[in-house]
Structure formats: C-alpha cells, structure tokens
Design a protein around this ligand. Structure first.
Ligand SMILES: C[S@@+](CC[C@H](N)C(=O)[O-])C[C@H]1O[C@@H](n2cnc3c(N)ncnc32)[C@H](O)[C@@H]1O
Length: 242
C-alpha cells in the first residue's frame, strides 16, 4: 500500500508535527480513499466468518462441546462457513439452521416500532435449493428446520438435540430474537457462545431494544452473558455462563 502516512509510521518514526505539515491536502485525500478501500468490508459475510475464525481456538482449548444452531439461516451460507471453519475442532456435532424459507414472517407491533425498515418476506430463500446445498456440503452434519420458530411446534423440533455450544441469532425482528433467546439461553452449555447479529439493529427509537431483551432473558434463566467481541456494524458475541 502506498499511503504516505502509513509508510512514515512503518519506518519506525512517529508522525510528528513537521511531517504532518508537509502532507498536502491532495495526498491526504488520496490516502483516505486508499485507507477506506483497505479497511472497508470486502464481503457481506465478513463479520460472520471473522467470528467463526475467532472462536476456533477458544472452543478447542476449552473443550466446549455441543451443537451449532442458527436462528435465521436464510440460504445456509453462514451455516456452511461454520462447518468449514469449525469442523476441524471436533467440538461440534450438528450444524442446524432454522428459517421460514419464506423470508421475514409477519411483523408484530414491537417489530415495526423498533425496526421500521423491515418488511415481511425480505430474505426469502428456497427451501429445496438450500436443502440440496446443505446435503451436498455438510452431509449428515447439516440439518434444517422449516417454519416460524416463534411457534412452539417449530422451535420444539430442536428438542432432540441436547446441548448447544455455538448459537447464532440472525433474524432481525425483535419478536424473533426474543423467541430464539427464550428457547436457547437455558439450553446453551456453560462457556458456549452466542453471536447476535442484530444486537444494534432494533435501535430506531434511540433504545437498544435487543440489548434490553437479552439482559431480561438472561436474568429470567439466571445466566450471565460475558461480552466476547463486537463485529461492526451490528453484531456482538457473548460467552454464556451460569
Ligand atoms: C438476515 S437473514 C439471515 C442471514 C443468514 N444468517 C446468513 O448469514 O446468511 C434473516 C433471516 O431470518 C429469518 N427469520 C426471521 N424471523 C424468523 C422466524 N420467526 N422464524 C424463522 N425464520 C425467521 C428470515 O426468513 C431470514 O431468512
């Protein structure tokens, strides 16, 4: 990279006042454009892949075992990335994805209030195509659950899987996030991780609605959520403990 500012810093010198003064505005404009290109997101799955890479060593070293579950798995792309990245740790049994496969379900009043940009049927993925993809790339390790998991008859299909060690909540709607958390918090192994992709999504009234729901549900089940990492622009991960 040819950013002048960076080269000065890399040479071991500090960027003192004199050097800074010598930079012209056009150099700075050029530098900033390059810097933006370098630091900007390269792929829409970047923050999710980064999280999965970040937790490999943690799971292995601490021998945290269980299933991977993703609430709002859409086309199973993150689910596949999880398999690709975490399978070699031998800590995950199954990779399970839940989705309506018809896009966002009916919005409830609280969903409209906190995230007015969302619409019914956004993110609609074909169940048949996704099932074929999961079968091809995850084999017996992959599993899909179709339907609105806010309903007990859908979410209870997870009952046959015992413990969950890596939980992804990526379903935008506050009512879906609450349903996912209410099901999964008591079933997450101690030391298990929760990645909430929508942590800073439901904020349109200037209130951190997802954070509030998360704290309330942790309290209800007498669990703790220790801050793990932030993945810009919306996501936060936590380690769940008793
Ligand atoms: C942003 S997309 C998920 C993206 C996916 N995790 C990925 O990384 O590629 C949000 C998904 O949540 C699903 N969703 C939201 N609420 C749901 C609910 N109550 N039941 C099932 N699926 C839901 C939508 O159908 C949509 O596919």
């Amino acid at each position: 990279m040819k950013i002048q500012t960076k080269n000065i810093l890399e040479s071991g010198d500090s960027l003192d006042h004199e050097q800074h003064e010598s930079l012209t505005h056009s150099t700075t404009v050029h530098d900033i454009k390059e810097l933006v290109l370098e630091l900007d997101q390269k792929h829409f799955l970047e923050r999710k892949v980064k999280f999965l890479l970040d937790i490999r060593g943690y799971l292995k070293l601490n021998d945290i075992k269980g299933n991977y579950v993703e609430f709002g798995s859409y086309k199973s792309e993150m689910q596949y990335a999880a398999y690709e990245i975490l399978n070699s740790t031998h800590t995950i049994e199954k990779y399970i994805g839940l989705d309506t496969f018809k896009g966002e379900p009916t919005l409830r009043l609280k969903d409209r209030a906190h995230a007015p940009h969302l619409e019914k049927e956004q993110f609609s993925a074909s169940y048949q195509e996704t099932e074929e993809f999961v079968k091809k790339y995850l084999g017996d390790s992959g599993f899909l659950i179709k339907g609105d998991f806010r309903h007990k008859k859908v979410v209870s299909k997870l009952d046959s899987f015992d413990d969950f060690s890596v939980v992804v909540i990526d379903c935008n709607l506050l009512s879906s996030i609450e349903a996912a958390l209410n099901y999964i918090i008591p079933r997450t192994v101690p030391g298990g991780l929760i990645f909430i992709d929508d942590f800073y999504v439901n904020c349109s009234q200037g209130k951190l609605a997802t954070e509030k729901a998360f704290s309330k549900i942790l309290k209800k089940y007498k669990k703790k959520g220790s801050k793990h990492s932030f993945y810009a622009p919306f996501a936060h991960s936590f380690i769940i403990t008793d």
